[in-house]
Design a binder for this molecule. Structure first.
Ligand SMILES: *[C@@H]1O[C@H](CO)[C@@H](O)[C@H](O)[C@H]1NC(C)=O
Ligand SMILES: *[C@@H]1O[C@H](CO)[C@@H](O)[C@H](O)[C@H]1NC(C)=O
Ligand SMILES: *[C@@H]1O[C@H](CO)[C@@H](O)[C@H](O)[C@H]1NC(C)=O
Ligand SMILES: *[C@@H]1O[C@H](CO)[C@@H](O)[C@H](O)[C@H]1NC(C)=O
Ligand SMILES: *[C@@H]1O[C@H](CO)[C@@H](O)[C@H](O)[C@H]1NC(C)=O
Ligand SMILES: *[C@@H]1O[C@H](CO)[C@@H](O)[C@H](O)[C@H]1NC(C)=O
Ligand SMILES: *[C@@H]1O[C@H](CO)[C@@H](O)[C@H](O)[C@H]1NC(C)=O
Ligand SMILES: *[C@@H]1O[C@H](CO)[C@@H](O)[C@H](O)[C@H]1NC(C)=O
Length: 466
């Protein structure tokens, strides 16, 4: 569907650039899918952007988005980042807005720390542990927004993180490292069809938001880079993450909801979350971690069609005494895992805390965790399931799982403490008294659909001369 308005606006943009009027080549049209199409559009160069990889475009982005925010109530606007290398510091998004990164465009994260404003710490985290200077804004940041899209024809955002990783390792930072994309207190959010590389820290962090679609993301970071988590849905409701390929130095996806007294006080769970068709490579971390910051609660998570290669663990639960909160009603099916340290891993003693004096009575509730229909090859340990004494993890169900061990497998394949549940049709046969084998059990996976699964993207298009 090509909207005439878009065509006209595309031409209008073209017409005010003198050399483009007698164009010999036909206009390329950009076609993409989005929650909403926009009536207006502009190109970064209209606001003084320079794509030479050296000139800072922070001001160009800021003035473009400030200007376009005025069109929010008139059909919204889209900012196109055209082919080129666009060095920039942090900038803020607006509502009813689309940032479109062309397939031949690369955003480069500025190496100048003054281009990254210091912003408030997150209330559900309370403080930046080890960083008294606070936290820096993400490269692309948005807060209190409605209807915001960050997409592209697989265009690239390069965080140029190497310098940040070095400073972090040398303990030269007094602020926490920025993320690439963070959206807070927002609804109707789409992040799609982009390649994110070399993030200083986490890549994509939606927090305190609802109705979020993240799809078609390629996220790449060296597997030894510190804390380069792929996607971290945090205190979000109704969220769908699909068709992503992630290679990272930390968890490919880490589902969170704040920690200890700060997370408990904010009390916003991550819930109604779908994760599907993910491929993950993360030798020292999880394919999908639930926690360790989970004090606001994590519930109703549906995970399916996941491939993990050379990854430390599959869907891992991380928590600790002091967290409180819950992880419950987690459903996982159809995972293929190749070269794994652990297939199943749950940890009840994850040591990190924001305050040394956490509440020992704040016990997390971990229950109704379901895994089914999985194949894992070249596995070092089948399972390490460590609950909390006087606070066992209950309702664990594992069915129809085939595991092939490495040539030199460890002796203790199922290391179970303080867990309760059942296994069925798992080979080789588990040796874990706390998860006795029952015949013909199929662990549940809900048949209903979550509201976010019915959110359809519209086909948007714009004629452009870029
Ligand atoms: C973006 O918005 C936040 C919160 O309002 C603010 O603290 C920050 O300075 C803004 N960033 C820029 C680059 O203007
Ligand atoms: C952080 O470090 C910078 C210089 O690296 C210094 O100017 C600033 O005062 C420090 N802030 C805090 C809170 O330590
Ligand atoms: C953003 O929304 C939060 C939560 O509703 C609110 O506490 C905060 O004041 C809002 N911030 C702005 C800048 O409107
Ligand atoms: C996007 O780009 C990345 C990096 O070049 C590439 O690996 C990936 O296959 C591309 N994805 C699509 C859907 O074209
Ligand atoms: C965006 O990615 C999806 C896969 O996630 C793909 O089906 C779609 O064609 C892509 N769209 C564009 C415009 O690249
Ligand atoms: C067991 O899991 C495999 C995938 O690993 C699937 O093909 C098969 O249908 C499942 N069997 C049952 C009985 O669900
Ligand atoms: C199996 O896993 C080991 C690590 O445990 C690894 O060194 C080896 O390359 C893997 N083999 C295959 C065939 O992937
Ligand atoms: C079994 O698990 C416990 C708790 O995670 C751990 O302390 C212990 O080292 C494990 N034992 C082996 C042999 O891996």
């Amino acid at each position: 569907m090509i909207s005439t308005t878009f065509l006209l606006l595309g031409l209008a943009l073209c017409l005010h650039v003198a050399e483009c009027t007698p164009k010999t080549t036909p206009l390329d049209s950009i076609v993409f899918s989005a929650l909403n199409c926009r009536k207006h559009s502009a190109v970064l160069t209209d606001f003084g952007g320079v794509g030479d990889g050296k000139t800072s475009n922070t001001k160009a982005f800021t003035s473009a988005i400030n200007k376009l925010s005025g069109l929010a109530s008139d059909g919204g606007a889209m900012l196109i980042v055209p082919p080129g290398k666009w060095l920039t510091g942090s900038f803020n998004l607006t509502s009813h807005f689309t940032l479109y990164i062309h397939k031949d465009a690369v955003l480069l994260g500025s190496q100048d720390e003054s281009e990254w404003p210091n912003i408030d710490v997150l209330p559900s985290y309370g403080r930046e542990i080890n960083f008294p200077g606070g936290r820096l804004s993400s490269l692309i940041f948005g807060t209190n927004l409605t209807d915001v899209v960050v997409t592209g024809g697989n265009g690239t955002i390069d965080g140029q993180g190497a310098n940040w990783w070095k400073k972090y390792r040398n303990k030269e930072l007094n602020v926490s490292r920025p993320f690439l994309i963070e959206i807070m207190y927002s609804n109707q959010v789409q992040i799609s069809n982009l390649t994110l590389i070399n993030s200083p820290s986490w890549n994509v962090h939606p927090i305190y938001s609802s109705d979020v679609v993240i799809q078609g993301m390629t996220i790449l970071a060296p597997t030894d880079s510190p804390n380069t988590d792929g996607i971290n849905p945090d205190s979000c409701t109704n969220i769908r993450i699909e068709d992503c390929y992630i290679v990272s130095g930390d968890d490919c996806i880490a589902v969170k909801s704040g920690w200890d007294r700060y997370g408990l006080k904010v009390g916003m769970p991550t819930q109604q979350l779908v994760i599907r068709r993910l491929t993950c490579i993360s030798p020292d971390s999880a394919t999908i971690a639930l926690g360790s910051e989970m004090s606001g609660g994590i519930q109703d998570v549906r995970i399916e069609d996941i491939t993990a290669i050379k990854t430390q663990s599959g869907v891992r639960i991380k928590t600790a005494v002091g967290r409180g909160g819950f992880v419950r009603d987690i459903y996982v099916r159809r995972m293929i895992m190749k070269t794994m340290k652990y297939v199943f891993w749950m940890t009840g003693s994850y040591r990190l805390h924001p305050d040394p004096s956490f509440d020992p009575k704040a016990l997390p509730e971990i229950t109704r965790i379901n895994y089914r229909d999985m194949v894992a090859e070249n596995v070092t340990y089948a399972a390490r399931l460590e609950g909390i004494s006087n606070d066992p993890f209950t309702g664990i169900c594992i069915s129809n799982v085939t595991i092939t061990l490495t040539e030199t497998p460890k002796k203790l394949q199922w290391n179970c403490t303080n867990v309760e549940g059942v296994t069925s049709n798992v080979t080789p046969s588990p040796v874990c008294d706390m998860l006795p084998e029952k015949k013909h059990v199929e662990c549940p996976f809900p048949e209903d659909r979550l509201p976010i699964e019915d959110v359809k993207l519209k086909s948007c298009s714009i004629a452009s001369n870029i």
